[in-house]
Design a binder for this molecule. Structure first.
Ligand code: PLP
Length: 710
């Protein structure tokens, strides 16, 4: 290919360790703890202070320390071993090459957000983290995948919580020189693509991110050719204003296809991660119409290679646009498709009580050869929700399947656990990741060693919370009650429950607060204390979400809680890692069936944390009575009120009568063997099944490979 990515930042590195610069620009390092250690070892304090950012570390560390490291025997041994692994990662025969040599041309994967690492804040939550994990696993499996998204100039906001519990959103421009992105150029000029709106054109440049073997291309409208308003189009995730939203989605879908063309890719499959990217279906059809096809034929011809994944069981959560917005932004497109306005609107028309809209998921569903929800229950819910599009079919025959989500194990599992597995399951355990039978070997891991790892991870979380508060307190303007609410009084030996996720009201963060007296009794029991750590952001425009945070915070800071309830600011992938590795129990209380899948509970489970959750999304498939606990029943309730009351009662009862007694039932060495038995059960059942290893293979075999033959 004749395009280039602008040479990565030149670091002034000693020759012997010069490849650190290359490593800093490939996010491969983020899921290989030994690679992170290679950076950390240069200067641990600086590494922490810079938020695990290797590019900034290499910029700021100073030549003295680098020259020294380049002479240290131990450091060089680590360096050589690591780059040995790094190089063979790219040359070893992959799963895909071995099993699916027919997958040659790339799978193009489109997503509005990608959660790859906390230093690249171009994600808001679960959808993005799933997309990031999808890329990492595709790289591991050697799938020829190329991804498209946005390089947001300000990233997702940072969250501060005021003394009274109100969420403040902080938006700062990102410094691209500090980030693992390189501008794509040709003949020393940025490669750009253009979108024609009725009254003006918009130009975007393209940044490349390396994720192991996978390349991710990020569109960026902040270029001189655009007016000030349009330059902000890719400044933030999910503009609430519909004008910007529709323009963003045109840029992603249409602009994304054009970007891949400009870079010379010929994708064989086009995967839309959620409806935001649905316009890609129209751009692909337009390409054929331009060379003489009718729209109908073009749609038929391209449909087989389009794959659509829906993530939203809530009708209101789906993007749809009022028809007048189409006139404003898409009026140039329908003639190019050989369609009238009416025919165009008909493709994705959705009759709503408030009028007719143009629905992004309808567009994707109608123009994709394969569609899926993200858990078994979500597949059912989606078939029910969209069956009106196939009026002549029975609900069970509505062509929406399911692929249950997974998490990228190396990305989320604690290094200490990895070490334990290497000692007891063999150095090649990761190659058996998705083989359920392999995991019965966990019985050979001594209880005392697993318990010690769990205690270590909880202490690590406690120290981390303390250091975060020390930093905030040291900078001034932080009230003592905020210090206490941030976890300084946490006891690293007490039963600790984590609840961290986006603060949307259906997730019911306040369910456990519904009877405060009972909760206070639970957390303050003599000899059996319980602690609960909350974290999560609300979308800046979601007032009820922000009020929910405030409600939780006002309870957290009550003196009667004794500092045992905690709210941690600014939930991101780094905090998520500490939490899912460090707590004992992961609680999730969505209003069933609104949680399409959920993934944070999977991250917890692979670390031996026990889930305590509503039987919704993935947990409904994973729970077997011995690997955690359920909240409520596997059924629909008559009303929200009845469901909330029943779920709260069940939640308190299970905590009081099962979870707490089990945790504190110790042998003379202070170990709870029954707890460990559940822990091993959860790891045996969840590690193979809820990994992206299983998930991406399933996408390949259910969707990508069959698409080649359609
Ligand atoms: C995993 C993750 C999520 C998604 O969690 P859910 O359980 O799906 O709500 C959200 N935010 C961050 C930072 C995550 O790491």
């Amino acid at each position: 290919m004749d395009f280039k990515t602008k040479p990565s930042q030149k670091f002034d590195l000693p020759k012997r360790i010069a490849r650190l610069g290359e490593l800093a620009y490939n996010l491969w390092w983020t899921w290989h703890p030994e690679a992170a250690r290679l950076f950390g070892k240069l200067d641990y304090d600086l590494w922490e202070r810079l938020g695990h950012n290797p590019i900034r570390l290499l910029q700021e560390i100073g030549h003295g320390r680098l020259t020294q490291a380049a002479k240290e025997k131990d450091y060089l041994a680590l360096y050589d071993a690591l780059f040995g692994d790094f190089d063979s990662y790219f040359t070893n025969e992959s799963w895909s090459q071995k099993n699916h040599p027919e997958l040659k041309n790339p799978i193009a994967y489109f997503s509005m957000e990608f959660g790859l690492h906390e230093t690249l804040p171009i994600y808001s939550g679960g959808l993005g983290v799933l997309a990031g994990d999808h890329l990492k696993e595709s790289s591991d499996l050697g799938l020829p995948l190329v991804a498209v998204g946005f390089m947001y100039g300000q990233g997702y906001f940072s969250q501060r919580i005021s003394e009274d519990g109100w969420q403040d959103a902080i938006n700062n421009p990102l410094t691209f020189e500090h980030l693992p992105v390189t501008l794509v150029t040709k003949n020393d000029k940025p490669v750009t693509i253009q979108i024609e709106f009725p009254d003006r054109n918009i130009v975007a440049q393209i940044w490349e991110v390396r994720v192991g073997r996978v390349a991710l291309y990020l569109l960026d409208s902040n270029v001189e050719a655009n007016n000030e308003y349009d330059r902000l189009l890719t400044a933030r995730l999910y503009w609430s204003d519909l004008d910007r939203r529709v323009m963003q989605e045109v840029l992603l879908g249409v602009g994304g296809v054009r970007a891949l063309r400009a870079l010379g890719f010929k994708p064989a499959v086009w995967h839309m991660n959620e409806g935001h990217a649905s316009f890609l279906t129209l751009e692909r059809a337009r390409e054929l119409v331009a060379s003489g096809s009718t729209f109908e034929n073009a749609a038929k011809k391209t449909l087989g290679q389009n794959v659509f994944t829906t993530h939203t069981p809530v009708p209101a959560g789906n993007d749809e646009f009022p028809l007048w917005l189409l006139d404003k932004y898409l009026a140039k497109l329908w003639p190019e498709l050989g369609l009238t306005r009416e025919e165009f609107v008909d493709i994705a028309k959705h009759h709503q009580p408030h009028g007719e809209t143009f629905s992004m998921p309808v567009l994707a569903l109608k123009l994709s050869g394969g569609s899926n929800g993200v858990s078994e229950l979500h597949g059912e819910v989606s078939r029910d929700m969209w069956k009106f599009l196939w009026p002549d079919r029975e609900e069970k025959d509505v062509p929406i399947q399911h692929v249950t989500n997974g998490v990228h194990t190396a990305n989320w599992m604690a290094r200490r656990l990895n070490n334990l597995f290497e000692n007891h399951l063999g150095g090649d355990w990761y190659e058996h990741l998705d083989e359920p039978a392999f995991w019965s070997k966990l019985d050979t891991v001594p209880d005392s060693e697993l318990w010690a790892v769990r205690l270590h991870l909880k202490r690590k979380l406690a120290f981390y919370m303390r250091e975060r508060v020390r930093d905030r307190w040291g900078h001034g303007g932080f009230h003592p009650v905020q210090v206490v609410s941030s976890g300084v009084l946490i006891n690293p030996y007490a039963l600790t429950i984590g609840f961290a996720r986006r603060f949307a009201t259906y997730k019911r963060a306040n369910l456990i607060l519904s009877d405060i007296e009972r909760l206070l009794d639970i957390i303050n029991r003599p000899n059996m204390p319980v602690q609960i750590i909350f974290a999560g952001k609300a979308h800046p425009a979601d007032e009820p979400g922000k009020q929910l945070i405030q409600k939780v915070y006002r309870t957290v800071k009550k003196a009667e809680t004794g500092g045992r309830l905690v709210f941690l600011e600014d939930y991101d992938m780094n905090l998520a890692r500490y939490l899912v590795q460090g707590v004992d129990v992961w609680m999730n209380t969505p209003r069933r069936p609104m949680e399409a899948s959920g993934t944070s509970g999977m991250k917890a489970a692979i670390n031996g944390v026990l889930n305590f959750s509503v039987l919704d999304g993935w947990w409904r498939e994973a729970y077997n009575g011995h690997n955690g606990w359920s909240i409520g029943e596997d059924k629909e309730y008559e009303s929200n009120e009845i469901q909330d009351t029943a779920d709260a009662e069940d939640l308190y009862h299970t905590l009081e009568h099962e979870i707490i007694p089990l945790y504190y039932n110790r042998d003379p060495k202070e170990i709870s063997h029954e707890w460990l038995a559940r822990m091993k059960n959860t790891m045996k059942t969840c590690i193979p099944q809820f990994s992206t290893r299983r998930m991406v293979k399933e996408y390949a075999e259910k969707f990508y490979v069959p698409a080649l033959k359609k």
